[in-house]
Each structure stands twice: as C-alpha cells, then as structure tokens.
Design a protein. Sequence first.
Length: 575
Amino acid sequence: MKKTNENKTVLRAFFAAYIPYLKTLIPLIILAMAATATTLMIPLCIRYITEGNAETVAELRNTGLVMLGLIVVSIALGSVVDYRGHVLGARMERDIRQKLYNHLLTQPLSFFERRRVGALISNLTNDLNNLVELFHHMPEDVVLYFFRLIGASVILFLLHPQLTLAVYMILPPMLAFTLYCSAKMRKACSKSYEKIGEINAQAEDALSGIRVMKSFAAEQDAAARFAQTNESFFKSRCTIYGMESLVYQGCEFFIQLAPVVVAVFGGWIIVGQNMAVQDLIPFLMYVGYITVPIQHLVHMIGQFQGGYAGFARYYELMHTESDMKDGTMEAKTLQGAVEFDHVDFAYRAGEPILRDISLKVEPGEYIAVVGHSGVGKTTLCALISRLYDVNAGAVKIDNLDVREYTMASLRRQIGVVEQNTYLFAGTVAENIAYGTPGATREQIIEAAKRANAHEFISALPEGYDTYVGERGVLLSGGQRQRISIARVFLKDPPIVIFDEATSALDAESELAVHHALTSLAQSRTTFVIAHRLSTVRGADRTVVLEEGRIVQMGKHADLIRTEGVYKTLCSLQIE
C-alpha cells in the first residue's frame, strides 16, 4: 500500500512538471489535433471517389488536389509539433537537471559521504536523458493518437457498427497483455538505472585513483571488478530488451489480427449484402488509423517506463531533505571570536568523536590543535564553518550560534587550507579566484605574491593562464598549497583554518608554505591543525585532544615541561 501511494505521488509530480510549460505545450497539442483532423479526412475523400461521386476527370483531379493539400498540411503541422516538442522536452530536461544540481549543492557533507559520486553523476545524466523523448512525445502523442483513435472509431461506427465491434474485441486482451508487461518493464528499467549508476561510480572511483592503482599494479583487479559490474548491467539491459520485444511483438500480433478480422468478417457481411464493397477500402484505412496509434501508444508505454524510472530517482533525490537547516542571519563582517560551548559530536550514533568541548578564542588569536590521528582535530575545525552540526552544545562566532547564520555568508567569512589541496580543472588564475567572483587580474596577482606563489606561477609556460590539469596534477604539492593559500588571501576572511597544510611537503616546500601561512595568519583568528609540532610553537595557545576531549591547553613552552599527551607527542617526533 505504501509503495502504491509513493508511485501515485511520483506520478502526480511527473505530470505537475508540465505546469510551468503549459503556454508552450497547449499550442503544440492544438496543432497536433489539427494535424490528426486533416489526416482523418483523407479516407473520406477516397470513399468519395470509390462511391463514384467523382464522375469527371476535373472532379477526380480536384479531389486528388484536396487530398494532396491535406497531406501537406498534416506533414507541415506534424513537423512543427515534432521540432517544437523536442525543444520543449530538452528545455524541461535542462531545467530539471539544473534543479537537481542546485539541490545537490545544498546537501551537507554527510549526504555525499553516504553516496557515491559516480552514482550521483548518473542521476544527473543518464537518468534524465530518457526524459527528453518522454517529455516531448507524451503529451502531444497521447492527445494526437487518442484523438485519432476516437475520430477513427466514430467514423468506423458510422460506416458499420457491427464490423467495428468485431475489431474492438481485440483490444481488451491486448490492453491486459500490455499492462502486465509494462509493470515488468518498469522494474527492469529501475534495476538498469541502478546498474549504470554503479558503473559510473566504479569508473569515477578508479580513474580518480589511477595513480594509486598503477602504484599497486592493481589494473587487472580493477578491470575484473568493472567487468563484473558491466556484465550485470548488460544482463539488466537484456531483460529490458526481452520485455520490449515481448510487448512489441505481442501487440504486433493483435494489430495484424485486426485487418484479418476486417477482411474475413467484412467479406462475410458483403456476401450477405449488408455492406458495400466500396465501404471496405476506407474501413480498412480507418482500422489502420486505430492500429497505428495503438502501436505508438504501446511504444510510448515502454518509453514511459524508462523515463519514469529516471524521474522517480530524480524525485527521490529532490525530496531528500538536508538534516541541516539554513539560518537567517547574514554574517557580514565578523570580528572572529569563536567559542565551543560544551560541544558533543558523532558521525554515527553511539560513536562520539568529540565530548564536552569548551573553548573560547579571541579575535586574532592563533590556536594550534594537536593530538593523535583520528582524535577529532579536523572535525573540531569543520564545526566552525558548519560543515557538520553539533549533536549537543553550540559553536558560536561573535557570540552567535553558527546555526543562526546563513551557511553561505558564514563560509564566506572563513578560509580553509587543507592538506590535500583540491584544484579545479582550469587555469591558475581561475583557481586563485575560485570563490571570489569578479576578482581582477591585479587582485589575483597580489594574492599570489602574498602567498609566495607569484614567482613560480610566472615561470609556468603560460603564467597565470597555465592549465593545472584535473585536480591540479600538473603542479607539485607545494605549488598547489600556495595556490590554495593565495585563494584564501584573495578571499580575505577574518577566520582561517590550516588543516595539516604542510605535513605532506618536502622541507623546501614546507618552508615556503610556512612563510605564506604565517603571513596569512596575521590579524586573523587562526586555527592550525598539525602533526609536525615544530610548526605550531609560535601559537598563542595549543589545544591538545585525546579521546575526543581537551586534555591540555597552553603555550608550547609550558606544555613541553608538563607530563602529558603533548610532551609524549613531542618526544616521539624528536626520536
């Protein structure tokens, strides 16, 4: 029952998707009806001739010209409907894809941690591709063929009601057969979409990690896993093709049976002199006007199953509510006071990462966060920019809970430099200006100079217009870090977070990045997460985490003289 209600809800949403486009759709439907009406008139002209009403050459010529005109008008109207309908379908697909993309961008990090990126890309591409034809063809095709079916049926009943009823005896078993197969096809289409999502996810994962794969000579294992998934997708497609073949060929049987019924039953009626021979020719043509729409409607049912399965996945994603509600207060110019007020946090229930964290940081203060791997250092700082919401307590900036600020305005006030710097495919200048739309070339260069990046950028083949490659692979780790720092300089936020920004660099690169970070930290509230404790000795305070709690806090000189976690960490690094 619940599944039935869900299907009804999705179906209503599918048809509601047409509402914003009714001004375009309604004229198309009217044109489609006009094209059908002209087509239905052609057999009547033929009947006019077969009954001997066109007695002269001039009358035959004129009747032929009328039919030619009807054909031309029908084709012209059909061409307009076909073109404008495809444009409408493409526009609907474009708008739906944009809505889905925008919606995905509003989801919290936890959403993307639960789903595979490749599968989401499949939702944005494959799932919606089939909707173009469906959105285009369904409204006018339903109207066009239904109108043709009704029009032809009315004329058939006027020509000979008994023979028409004989033809229509074929429709109930044909309809029952089609509905049975379409239900099977919908399940097969849904499974196929899941499989192509798995293929995209697996390919995205493998190609993104191609360096690691080659380092471990794992190409054959990756190929074997992909082959298994690919084979599963192939089998799901074969199931769909089998169902399509069954539906189309089964319906073809009933459609080809219709003229046989007309010929046999009609011949029997003619023998009984209850029907004129000349009426049989237009009757057979109108039977074609019944069977052809049925063929197209059956084809559309198969098309609908594929498109509807994609729309259902789109609907499910669009109705995935974020567990983080946006605030209403604009964070315009923050002073940079940060407070953790008895904060608890866990990614999964019953597995706490942070426990009762309380910490007050003054504007412009330099805070180092240290501790063993996995203790919650990165998580602690992620709560400042509200990448996650606390389970208990509150994170406050300038004495206001971060949940009160709009997320966009809050994050514009915070700059982050991570260990694994992500550069987008594009130029150096585009990456520095990322997040600061409208930045001038002079501003970009100034930010690069402050990040100690201008010298190496100028030495690149095309300077600031050099393409950095996917994820910045054409640059070294230190170069990527300094571009990331330049990005934050350009952003000019009052709060900055350095998440182990130098831990993966060689000594020379680390020194260059360290100078840039020191410059960036001036007059800003700064949080530095570090494994190399030598990089945080100048901090105003060092916060030591252990098992999700703050166990020590103070200056390096004081902490190193006190027995505890910090002294142990320092001694391990010295050794």
